[in-house]
Design a protein around this ligand. Sequence first.
Ligand code: CDT
Length: 318
Amino acid sequence: MSKRTFGLAVAQVGGIQPEETRVEVVARLISMMRVAHQRGAELVVFPELTLTTFFPRYWTESLQASDHYFEREMPSGETAPLFAAARELGVGFYLGYAELTPEGRRFNTSILVDGQGRITGKYRKIHLPGHADNRSNLTHQHLEKRYFEVGDLGFGVFESQGIKIGMALCNDRRWPEVYRALSLQGADLVVLGYNTPLDVPGWSEEPHAKMSTHLLSLQAGAYQNSVWVAAAGKSGTEDGVYMIGGSAIAAPSGEIVAKTIGDEDEVVVTHIDLGMAEMYRESVFDFAAHRRPENYSIIVDRVGRGEPVPVPGFDREA
Ligand code: CDT
């Protein structure tokens, strides 16, 4: 098994309040990049919608009125110091942010930046949870379907800092198709940011289950696809809403090898062994040898749960 270590950090971000400025947030991120660098990190993963509070909790009559939450360019004057820090330290980063395109389209986006401060990959979130209508009876809403279009870039894998990296965002991590699409393109590592409120109206998991299903999603994705997975979240209270932390790195064995323990800005660094995935890729998950895609068509043909498909010899009418 070849061994190639890579310094990987997840940088959990404590709550960002609505009045906090981009300049203040960027300063917090840069100080975490410096800590990660001191501990040997080559890449730092930041959360989804890192630069602002999780604004899809607020209803808005006019999307234009929310433009201040969106980035029109990347880097901008306010985010350029992050790119300068990447160049200075030779440390890459993954960053989630709200993107407003020149055509006026809105996406929940992430980028990959290398140690020279170059943007080497981009992803626009595909699985947008929540609703688009105003549910004003709720203490906090989840309006990603109102604010964002479904991403139009697919699930890309990018060569960056010498490794193949796939990206996802938050709710994507709960869908096995995402990791499989990335692994089939040779990804070594899947990086993702998230914002997971503890209390989601209509999705009332116990706190222990909320953390468990989050970690389970990372672990299953890593194991079943022979990839490393690194996930960074917001944590602590944001404008009265508690966001779960538990930012973590999962190995191709499915084991969690690093995890935050607090609710504030927190960096964890692990030197991952990229060669570890090879044993899995060459044995139990040798896709080329063992996958049977001719039997998987239902996965793309059908969206929701439905009736069983007839099996020869078992006539359900009989
Ligand atoms: N941001 C995001 O995708 N959060 C979801 C919870 C939202 S539920 C309406 C998540 O899967 O963590």
